[in-house]
Design a protein around this ligand. Structure first.
Ligand SMILES: [Zn+2]
Length: 258
């Protein structure tokens, strides 16, 4: 190889390396749907990523399957499900997200036929390109059921054999497993830098006032502290100020090249 050719090759390699260093997921064309069990789960586990995608120009949806009626503070709140619905609405408005509520009682969510079709219809209405779902190792039975349902619906939504009110989608969405609450038993596959979106994540969590009222319960972890610690720990692992961790679901037709 002559000297000019070698120099040209070096320039090409250097420019590819610079591009790699600048590499950042761009969510502009996504329709991102978080499928969560309870009203404040999205805030804890993926609100920074949703906010970053929204800032890129993506369409954002949050499907909350349970109504939060089991999350009573020490001094019980009357009509808790209605109160939590208002709190969810306020948080979703801050984000600019479309909200879907399954209205299923806390502690009763299961991967059954009715819930599968309910969530499949949500997918067909929102038309996600990317779904965020609870990981199989998460601590709460509703989280595990919500994760299983999100996975089933990611296949059913594009299947003509599964009939709901709306027509099937032309393609199944990609699916990312979210970190677990307190990071227990979750090995991250990759991280999303949410350093710039922590103030919004905090504000969204603060909408869930009925849950903040549980801070004095000895059996309940203060949520803002839990959220900050987790975002900072994941950020430290990834070399940024704050991050959310995920793993890609690599099943047939749910895997994608990024
Ligand atoms: Zn939850």
């Amino acid at each position: 190889m002559g000297a000019p050719m070698a120099r040209k090759k070096l320039r090409l390699l250097t420019s590819a390396a610079t591009k790699l260093n600048d590499m950042k997921l761009d969510f502009r064309k996504e329709r991102m749907l978080a499928v969560v069990a309870h009203p404040d789960d999205a805030e804890l586990l993926c609100a920074g990523t949703l906010a970053r995608a929204r800032a890129d120009g993506a369409a954002i949806g949050i499907a909350v399957l349970c109504n939060g009626d089991g999350g009573q503070p020490h001094k019980p709140i009357r009509n808790l499900a209605a109160v939590r619905r208002r709190e969810m609405d306020a948080a979703a408005r801050l984000l600019g997200a479309e909200l879907f509520c399954g209205n299923i009682s806390d502690g009763t969510l299961a991967d059954d036929r009715a819930s599968r079709l309910l969530l499949t219809e949500v997918y067909r209405q929102f038309r996600p390109s990317l779904v965020l779902a609870h990981a199989a190792a998460d601590y709460h039975t509703d989280h595990r059921a919500a994760g299983a349902l999100a996975e089933v619906a990611s296949w059913f939504c594009a299947s003509r054999g599964q009939k709901t009110k709306s027509p099937p989608l032309s393609a199944a969405p990609a699916l990312w497993w979210m970190d677990t609450v307190n990071m227990s038993g979750f090995e991250p596959g990759f991280y999303v830098d949410v350093s710039g979106f922590m103030p919004l994540k905090e504000k969204m969590l603060a909408c869930h006032r009925s849950q903040m009222a549980r801070s004095s319960d000895s059996s309940f972890s203060p949520l803002p502290e839990l959220m900050r610690l987790q975002a900072r720990a994941r950020g430290t692992q990834a070399g940024v100020g704050a991050a959310e961790a995920f793993r890609a679901h690599l099943a047939f037709k749910r895997a994608r090249a990024w």
